[in-house]
Write a protein that binds this ligand. Structure first.
Ligand code: ZN
Length: 366
């Protein structure tokens, strides 16, 4: 049998626990990551206990089939293969002696990002995923952020700190005193300075390995959007002007032309949301049409408001950064074409919006 691994090792974040009834809890306790395994005969537990990164897969099979003759080699193969494909097990043979060098990433970089690596090991359940692969994808990614206000600042900080390779910041405005309540990349020394330039300068101090470029352009036409998306893997729309959704609809149509993935985030008082769009999913117009159809008498709720406290902006920026990290590393599980959010004033209100593509949609319809 061709095994998918040589030296299987249960990831340290996924240490299993066996209950008296024989079932196994693996992957911790977080919904979406953890799982329970029914194991009344103890086969899976036996195999897991030997998956320590130093025992060959053949040795595990022989031991398992010797202790459980009813299982045989074929049954042992099945148990081991299922565990290797579960995402809770990695191949110790795929790691270098120091466990970090991979795909050209330097030991220094991997030391800096060691907590990121543990995070990816935890949440990335793709079979055989290497702990460093996702981080390398992040370090090779190019993101453009349109609007470096409250949301854009937090998103840019999160992405730069996490190790995104290139960030391009676009904003025509200057830093004002009323921005300092939430626009985390600026302080009083930046008052009057161009936001995009000041933000790029701050980010370079946060992560000198990143490349941070900027533009004071006002992006307000399909031509200018095309220029931006031509140089990035994902476009992040964080501009809060204009208040209507003219720019969002323009980005939706323009990104669909080139198949560019894009995300947008914002807040309406205590409600912070992020939208994720791209090829293969319903577009912004289709989500909007689906939501409008649920409203009474054609009433449209206002998009956002000027009132904001820093947590709303921070949360929207963090949600946006999270989605971008998921997209560029391949760890996102949800297909594009949805809006999710958190309502800070109602902890039991979680937002998740998804509607099918309309067949007659000029942007995403078939
Ligand atoms: Zn559509």
């Amino acid at each position: 049998m061709n095994y998918p691994m040589r030296l299987p090792r249960v990831k340290p974040e996924h240490t299993p626990h066996r209950f008296d009834d024989g079932s196994i809890q693996i992957g911790g306790g977080v919904y979406g990551v953890a799982a329970q395994i029914r194991d009344p005969r103890g086969w899976a537990w036996e195999a897991l206990m030997q998956m320590d990164g130093s025992t060959s897969i053949e040795a595990i099979r022989d031991s398992l089939s010797t202790k459980h003759p009813d299982l045989g080699h074929t049954g042992a193969d099945t148990v081991i293969s299922l565990l290797c494909e579960s995402g809770y097990v990695e191949d110790a043979a795929g790691h270098s002696a120091d466990g970090i060098a991979f795909r050209g990433a330097s030991p220094h970089e991997m030391k800096r990002y060691i907590r990121n690596l543990a995070y990816f090991r935890h949440i990335d359940l793709r079979p055989g995923a290497h702990e460093v692969a996702a981080q390398c994808d992040l370090m090779n990614s190019r993101i453009a952020i349109l609007g470096v206000g409250g949301v854009g600042c937090h998103a840019a900080w999160a992405l730069a700190a996490a190790g995104v390779g290139q960030l391009h910041l676009i904003d025509p405005d200057m830093v004002e005193e009323s921005n300092l309540t939430r626009q985390v990349l600026f302080d009083e020394r930046d008052l009057g300075a161009p936001k995009a330039k000041a933000a790029a300068r701050r980010l370079a101090n946060i992560n000198s390995a990143g490349t941070f470029t900027y533009s004071p352009d006002r992006v307000d036409s399909p031509e200018k959007i095309r220029e931006v998306v031509g140089d990035c893997d994902v476009l992040a729309l964080c501009a809060d002007e204009p208040k209507n959704d003219v720019l969002t609809r323009m980005v939706n149509a323009t990104c669909a032309e080139s198949g560019t993935r894009w995300v947008c985030a914002g807040y309406s008082g205590p409600l912070s949301t992020v939208g994720v769009f791209g090829p293969g999913g319903p577009c912004y117009e289709c989500l909007g049409a689906g939501e409008s159809s649920k409203l009474k008498d054609g009433w449209h709720p206002p998009l956002g408001s000027s009132g904001v406290m820093s947590p709303s902006a921070a949360l929207a920026g963090a949600l946006l950064a999270n989605e971008i990290i998921g997209i560029v590393t391949g760890t996102a599980r949800q297909a594009p074409g949805f809006v999710r959010g958190v309502n800070l004033i109602a902890p039991d209100h979680l937002v998740y919006v998804r509607h099918p593509s309309r067949p007659d949609c000029t942007v995403c319809g078939s």
